[in-house]
Design a protein around this ligand. Structure first.
Ligand code: BTN
Length: 326
């Protein structure tokens, strides 16, 4: 009920009487009062005026199940939120839940991760109070070979979410890093449990540097936060909800064809590598090529020095700028 009361307060600029809230949810005045008191303790500024009722004056950067759910405008993506003040890794939580048959679209969010994971076995620094660590659980009814495409959809969704909430324009470094002015602001880690021709579940984990002011020394040259770009704090829950709204939209476009034909043009318009010399790093082999954009199945098309075109598959490959990260 907390999420619903919050949502109602957010949707109303004027005062809502206690009676209106009671009638809406068919609960007692005491129950409403208790929820309002809890919300105040969590940091919401709620004005209570005799004979008028309650009005939400301001919500701080609160991260909670109720806050996130109250902002969610989706039908299924992130409609159900499982929230942790602290966990090992939201990808691990989502995978455990996937094993138990938790529903498609459930979103796992943490304020802090103590064993955050990056791609290729790296760790993902996940301090409390500043960033977004979230993982969506999916049960896609399609061939496992198509699952990597979902990561590209999430990259699009994050870029759009950032644009909607902050106005900042970001770009995508193929396949799934989000960058602003050449520095990484978000990483995505997709994991899957599958049989040869059947997906049990896919989890897509997203780490967004939102309000961080400092980074570990080894990444400070190529990482950035939204706050550093914008100059003000950003409400993480709003960005989570906006990203889920965009993800649901792109996922549904994707479902029609199970390829990226419906989003390819948009993806390529955001691609930081497009029309640039890149360095393709394969295990044990690296070469330079000219990036032309992605194809309908999400591979990066590059032109080699002899003029031949080639598809680069994500996975173990990484693509860099010739002189640095992008
Ligand atoms: C990368 O290396 O770029 C991918 C980073 C992915 C980090 C996110 S944070 C939420 C989710 N849980 C994890 O342990 N990792 C992902």
């Amino acid at each position: 009920m907390k999420s619903e009361i919050l949502r109602l307060l957010k949707e109303n600029d004027t005062y809502l009487s206690g009676q209106q809230i009671c009638d809406h949810f068919q609960v007692s005045r005491t129950a409403v009062w208790k929820v309002i008191e809890q919300l105040k303790k969590e940091g919401y500024q709620i004005e209570a005026v005799r004979n008028k009722g309650y009005r939400l004056v301001d919500s701080p950067d609160v991260m909670s199940k109720a806050e996130i759910e109250s902002l969610m405008k989706t039908r299924w993506a992130g409609k159900k939120v499982v929230y942790y003040d602290e966990t090992d890794s939201t990808n691990n939580r989502a995978k455990d839940a996937g094993e138990k048959g938790e529903e498609h679209g459930t979103l796992f969010v943490a304020d802090r991760q103590v064993a955050g994971k990056g791609r290729r076995g790296r760790s993902w620094e996940s301090p409390a109070g500043t960033s977004i660590y979230m993982t969506i659980l999916l049960h896609p009814d399609m061939l496992p070979s198509k699952a990597p495409r979902l990561t590209l959809l999430m990259a699009l969704a994050v870029a759009e979410g950032i644009q909607k909430v902050t106005g900042l324009e970001s770009q995508i470094k193929w396949p799934n890093d989000i960058v602003i002015h050449g520095r990484k602001v978000c990483g995505i880690l997709t994991e899957m449990s599958a049989e040869i021709d059947y997906i049990n579940y896919v989890v897509i984990g997203v780490g967004i540097n939102v309000n961080q002011e400092t980074f570990p020394q080894e990444i400070q040259e190529r990482a950035v936060s939204l706050k550093a770009e914008l100059g003000t704090n950003i409400k993480r829950s709003e960005l989570i909800a906006a990203t889920m709204e965009s993800f649901e939209k792109y996922y549904e476009i994707f479902r029609k064809t199970e390829d990226l034909s419906g989003v390819r043009e948009l993806y390529n318009s955001l691609l930081v590598n497009i029309d640039k010399e890149v360095k393709v790093l394969e295990p044990g082999h690296e070469y330079e090529a000219y990036a032309l954009g992605i194809n309908e199945t999400g591979e990066l098309i590059v032109r080699l020095q002899d003029g031949q075109e080639q598809e680069v598959y994500a996975g173990e490959v990484s693509v860099r700028g010739v002189y640095g990260y992008v």
